[in-house]
Each structure stands twice: as C-alpha cells, then as structure tokens.
Write a protein that binds this ligand. Sequence first.
Ligand SMILES: Nc1ncnc2c1ncn2[C@@H]1O[C@H](COP(=O)(O)OP(=O)(O)OP(=O)(O)O)[C@@H](O)[C@H]1O
Ligand SMILES: [Mg+2]
Length: 272
Amino acid sequence: MIVGIDIGGSTTDAVVLDNGNVHVVTIEANDPIAAAAGALGKLVQTCGLSLSNVSCVAATGAGSRALDETLFGLPVVKVNEFDAIGIGGTSLAGKRRALVVSLGTGTAIVSVNPERIEHVSGTGLGGGTLRGLSRHMLGVSSLGTLEAMAERGDLSRVDLTVRDIAGGPIGDLPPGTTAANFGKITADATVEDKALAIMNLIVEVVSVLSIAAARACGQEDIVMTGKLTRIFRFMQKMKRLNFGYGRFIIPEHADYATAIGAARAAAQQPRI
Ligand SMILES: Nc1ncnc2c1ncn2[C@@H]1O[C@H](COP(=O)(O)OP(=O)(O)OP(=O)(O)O)[C@@H](O)[C@H]1O
Ligand SMILES: [Mg+2]
C-alpha cells in the first residue's frame, strides 16, 4: 500500500487508502522532516500498519522538497502539489472534471480536465489570514472559539453594503451585496461582529475568485478541499453562502484531500 503525506504550511497529513477506507492522521510540526516522520510513525501506530506493507511514501506540499529519496527506508515519490490537489479533489467528489480549490494556509485553485491538470489561480487570503487576523484583532487562536463568537455576530455593524451606499440595488447587484468588507466598522462593532466579518471576508473573496476562475476555465463544479472548508461549512450552516454561479461541493474527507491525491497520483505511476 501507498502512504500519502501532505506537508503543508500549517499541518501535515498522512493517509493510507485501504479497500475504500481512508485512515488519516494530522500533526502540526514546524520542521518538515520531523513532520513527515512523525505523521508516518503516528499513522503506522494508530492504524496497526506494518512498514513492510508500505510500498512507498507519496509526498507533496511545500515541505516535501526537504525530504530525501527515502523515509525510514521506504522510497519517497514526490508528487507535484497541484496534481495532488486536482486528483484528490476530483476523486473524492467523483468527478472527471472540476475546479478544485485548496483552502489551506493559503488558497490554490486548480482546473482539472481528463487530459490536463492546470494551476489557474489562487490568493494569499486563506487559513493563515484567518488565524493571523483573529489573533491580532481578537486575541483568539482557536477556530472553535472564533466560530462560537461569530454565531452571535452581526455583519451590518462592520461591512458596507450596496444598500448602505445606494439605498437599493445597483444594476444587477442586490442591495445586500457587500460593497466593502470592513468598510463600515465603528467603535460600536463587537468582538462577535468582527469574528464573523473576518470569516466572511475570506469566504466571500475566495468564493468570488473561485467563481471567476470556474467561468474562465469553463468548469461548473467547484470542489472545495483543505481544512479551511470548515469555515465554509460554518457559513453554510449560518445561511450566509448564496452564490448564483457554479456548484460548490465539499466532499467527504475534504480536509486531507491533497494527501489522498498524492497517494492516488503515485499509484497511477507505472513504476510503483
Ligand atoms: N485542525 C486544524 N488544525 C490546523 N488548522 C486548521 C484546523 N482546522 C482548520 N484549520 C484552518 O485550516 C488552515 C490549514 O489548512 P490545511 O491544513 O488544509 O493547510 P496546509 O496544507 O497546511 O497549507 P497549504 O496547503 O496552504 O500549504 C489553518 O490555517 C487554519 O485556519
Ligand atoms: Mg494543503
């Protein structure tokens, strides 16, 4: 069997695919070699695997370039991260073609067609921004705490809308459309309002960018992956996601789709 390891900017995931079942571990470590070794060790221990049953380690993510050709004596196959994102997202969503958005520390956008996987867009707005802004503005480090605060937030004290500046719609823009994120913030805004507005900023910008990329690439399905999908699910629950174009899909196992994609990409390579 093949172990897929994604050494990302925030977390390292190790997965093993076993007859349709997915076993996964996630760790946070700064050193990429320690992260890969630790994730593999934890996966072996928690899943009762034997290293002798592992044929290779498929490594991807920014940290994977630090790895040697072997890890604990196992061959390491390096997989291009955009390929891993594309293969992971489409395989989990059961699609042959789609736009796959990796919502990690940063955001990467990959277009997948049967004949080609292409990195088409991205933004530095992502999970790192969420953590940085919530720490800096609110002194909050945990996503759970941020969500609990955001549940009681009110965007109308923070974000400027089309209604605020025009009194009604502007052309095809409904009055509730955001004209400027944080454009109306005053001293009246509470920490709960700010928590919601930080999340909303990231969800809105990433969604709009994804829709534009999907249009440009002729893709209809937009598959969201990565651990920041958590705030998209949260905003869906809060009924704050309402976009007219594209079909947003958050598949099962979306949090570690890139590690799954690395394992699948390596399995497709003829020499394994
Ligand atoms: N359990 C979690 N642990 C750490 N970050 C989490 C968790 N759940 C959600 N997050 C959010 O998701 C972000 C990390 O997502 P993910 O692990 O998919 O990215 P990554 O692969 O490390 O980064 P990148 O792909 O950009 O290199 C964090 O910045 C944080 O905002
Ligand atoms: Mg990642």
